[in-house]
Design a protein. Structure first.
Length: 421
């Protein structure tokens, strides 16, 4: 029995390390964000969250190339076509360089717009910081996709442990220099993972631009990208609505909701990426929908033992610690708790990775599009004086729960049909 347990531990050591690093990074991220909220005023923190919204909306830049890569790269590795996989990695990295440059140019455009329309100098300064962050986010996303496709979870875990430590180690900069310190901290937190991932992706950095191959990735990836982009936009829709209607200072008061969501998502996102890669590999080996049943079960189990406890902990800690630690943000406590509920529901929507693997993703796309439309129509039709932080949070939570129920019901039906074929 001991030998069997020892063998299984060695076999799944990297996966366990990866899971632990997710939890540690989530804790460090939440603690770091909490400390920053303590050191910065709501209007200052709101400026950061408002300017950084651009990074989320730039997810369309790869035009589906990265999404096609996430699907095709582990698929090729699963089939044993290593040469083709290496060429694909070089192609993906070349596209990432182009999208990184484009992201930087669009971030410069945001700076110019704010320079001419806003009197908030903090917001303009943060917008300048977004320029390198937007570029690094494109490159980091591709490098992580390469490592995930190779099942290099051990190295990703080590990088995440390093990022977690740096997240906390750089907090004295915020204490000493306030807004300027946070600007430096955010740039370093984007640059350091790029450098660490860079060491393990050397074979993918050869420039390779194959228009036909890129076109094929776009064809495969656009449907997946559309859904992923809708998901990404929905995750920041509440802050976008508040920023547009009530301004960046209101976004700062809503910070507790944003911090709660960020902490929960930092656990969920790496988990979803890892399971997606494993599901692609399993589907590539068997070409059977039934092969996806096990990844879905593992995903739901891991969500239940990682994301749910983190969300519950945050939910009950907010009213206990915020009045003492963050008295300037007391007004956002209830919105933060509601955001925890919404995040749990939305994380369980992650079972929709099944549709991305098989290409049967029309249902999820239509559902997400309708959800976003409903959210913004109701939000913008609500009078400004009635658009409280709590109402925005409840609106997002209600829609998230509805999406969760519909998605998982359809996933069960889809997998059952696949098993009976």
């Amino acid at each position: 029995m001991f030998k069997v347990l020892k063998f299984r531990f060695k076999r799944h050591r990297d996966t366990l390390l990866f899971t632990c690093s997710n939890v540690f990074l989530a804790a460090a991220t939440f603690l770091g964000s909490f400390v920053c909220a303590r050191l910065l005023l709501p209007e200052q923190l709101g400026a950061f969250q408002t300017a950084l919204l651009l990074v989320s909306y730039l997810g369309f830049l790869p035009l589906g190339v990265f999404n096609g890569f996430n699907r095709q790269y582990p698929y090729l590795l699963g089939k044993g076509e290593f040469g083709a996989a290496t060429v694909l990695a070089c192609t993906g990295y070349s596209v990432a360089r182009v999208t990184a440059a484009t992201a930087a140019l669009l971030a410069i455009g945001q700076v110019l717009i704010l320079w001419n329309t806003s009197s908030d100098r903090t917001l303009i300064l943060v917008a300048v910081v977004v320029i390198p962050i937007a570029a690094f986010s494109q490159l980091n996303g591709l490098q992580v996709a390469i490592l995930v496709g190779r099942q290099a979870f051990g190295w990703i875990a080590r990088v995440q442990f390093a990022i977690a430590l740096i997240t906390l180690a750089l907090l004295p900069l915020v204490w000493k220099f306030k807004v300027e310190g946070q600007c430096i901290r955010l740039i370093l937190l984007a640059a350091v993972p790029f450098i660490l991932y860079w060491f393990k992706t050397a074979d993918a950095r050869t420039w390779h631009w194959d228009s036909q191959e890129i076109g094929e990735l776009i064809r495969r990836g656009v449907p997946i990208m559309a859904i992923g982009y809708l998901y990404q936009v929905f995750s920041v829709a509440d802050r976008t609505l508040i920023a547009w209607v009530r301004g960046s200072e209101a976004v700062g008061h809503y910070a507790l909701a944003g911090l709660a969501v960020a902490a929960i998502q930092s656990v969920y996102t790496p988990l979803a990426v890892a399971i997606y890669a494993k599901a692609n590999r399993a589907f590539g080996q068997s070409h059977s929908i039934a092969a996806l049943i096990r990844p879905v079960k593992i995903f739901l189990l891991l969500l239940s033992v990682s994301v749910v406890p983190v969300a519950i902990l945050i939910y009950y800690c907010l009213p206990l610690f915020v009045p003492w630690v963050l008295p300037n943000y007391v007004a956002g406590i209830r919105a933060g708790q509601i955001a925890c509920i919404a995040s749990i529901a939305f994380c369980y929507c992650g079972t929709a990775f099944v549709f991305n693997v098989t290409g049967h993703n029309w249902f999820y796309g239509i559902l997400m599009g309708c959800a976003l439309t409903v959210f913004f129509v109701i939000g913008f039709q609500t009078p400004k004086q009635e658009l409280t932080l709590d109402r925005v949070a409840w609106l997002r939570a209600g829609i998230s729960i509805g999406i969760c129920l519909l998605i998982n019901a359809y996933v069960m039906i889809y997998l059952r049909r696949g098993r009976n074929l």
